[in-house]
Design a protein around this ligand. Sequence first.
Ligand SMILES: Nc1ncnc2c1ncn2[C@@H]1O[C@H](COP(=O)(O)OP(=O)(O)OP(=O)(O)O)[C@@H](O)[C@H]1O
Ligand SMILES: [Mg+2]
Length: 420
Amino acid sequence: MEKAKISDKLYVLGRREKTGGGTLNIGRYYALDGSLGSHVYIDALKPHVVLICGKRGYGKSYTMGTFIEEIASLEEEARENIGIVVIDTLGIFWTLSQPNKRQVNLIKKWGMDAKNFEIKIFSSEENVNEYRNKDIDAEELLIKTSELNQHHWAQLFNLAPTDYVAAAIGRAVNRAREKKEDFDIEDIIEFLEGDDRLRDEIKVVAENLLYMAKEWKIFDKNGTSIYDIVKGGRITILDISPFAEELKIVIVAIISRKIFEERVKERRKYEEMLMEGSNKRKEEIPITWLAIDEAHVFLPEEECLTKDVLIKQWMRQGRQPGVALILATQRPSSLDAEVLSHSDIIICHRLTAQEDIDALNKVRPTYMQGEIGDAIKRIGTEKGVALILDDTSEAVHIIKIRPRLSWHGGEEPSAMIKND
Ligand SMILES: Nc1ncnc2c1ncn2[C@@H]1O[C@H](COP(=O)(O)OP(=O)(O)OP(=O)(O)O)[C@@H](O)[C@H]1O
Ligand SMILES: [Mg+2]
C-alpha cells in the first residue's frame, strides 16, 4: 500500500512537528455530508495513551485492529524498534492473520488491497492446538510461578489478603522464594504442608486451591520468556479468552509489569550507549505498544491489581521507558478517572449513555469548545466514524477510520451472512 503523502498543512496528531516518518494513517477527515477529506496521521514514535470508546457495535475493536495494522505497516526502520502486544480477552484478534474478504469493495474504494498480517499467538494448550490446525504460529502461554506474589494468589482465589487461607499461601510462597530461585506449585504445596504454625483445616483449603490452580496448566517453573512475547516488528496476541477473569487480571498484571521493568532497564542501557557516543541500538525489548480491548476489565474504578501496573507505571511514567497503550472500552464512565486524564488521544465513536458522556465531559480539554455530547451527536450513526481529541495539537476532529485490510473478528454473530 502506497502511503499517502503528508501535506505541510496537516497536523500529525500526537506530535508537535507537522511532518516526518513513523506515522499511522488511520483514516480520513469526515465532513458532515459524509464526504471524506485529507488523510489523518497519528504519531507512532512517541509513547501515547490512546483511548477508544463508543457504544456497542460502532467500531472500537475494528479501530484497534486498524491501529495494529498501521503499526505493523510502518517503514522498517521504525517498525523494527516497536513491538505490539495485544491483550485479547475475547479471542477475536487471530483474524489479523486472514485477509479481509468481507469488505473488498470498501477497501478498493479507499485505494487499498486486503492483506493478512504475520502474528504470533500465546494462549491455552487447547487454543494453541486449534490455532496450529489453522496454520497459525501459536505457543502455550506459561506464567513463571515465582512471579506471583501473595496479592496475585489472593486475587486468583478471590480471597481478601487478610484471609487465613491467603495468609497461609503467602507464607508458603515466601518460604519457597527463600529456599529456591525457581519453583512450581508442587513446591509451594510442600512448604505449606511443612508449616507447623497452620491449622490442618486451613492447610486443606489452601492446598485444594493450589491443586486447582495447577489444573489450569498455566503456571510453570520457567514460564514464557518476556523476550519471546515482545519482539520488534511483530504482532503478538495474548489470547487470554479461555481463562477466568481473576486469572486474566493476574496474567496482565505480571506480563505488563515485566515489560515495564525491562523497558526501564533498556532505557538505562540506551542512555549509557548515547554517553559512549555510539548510535547503534541494541534493544532487547523494543518500545512496546500494548493494546487492550475491553479495558474496563483491567482499569475499573474499584481496586484492581492491574491498575498498580498500568496506571502507576505505564501511564504515569511510561514516557521515559517508551511504553504506549491503546485501550478500548464501551464504558468510559466505569474506568478509573485517571485513565481518562492520562489519555492524550481519545477516539470516540457513537456514544449515547449520559453517564459515559458525562465522564468524558469531566476531562474535556479546554481547547474543546462546547459539550462533548453535542460534538458526538454530529458524528451520527455511521460505523467507524469518530470524534478525535488530540492533546498535543489541541484539536478536535471528526474522522472516518479506514477499512481493515485483515479480517475483523469481532463482528456480532448474525443469522444472515453479509458481505459489502
Ligand atoms: N471503520 C469502519 N469501516 C467499516 N466498517 C466498520 C468500521 N468500523 C466498524 N465497522 C463495522 O462495524 C462492526 C462493529 O464494529 P466493532 O466490532 O469494532 O464494534 P465494537 O465497538 O468493538 O463493539 P463491542 O462493544 O460489541 O465490542 C464491524 O464488524 C464492521 O462491520
Ligand atoms: Mg469490540
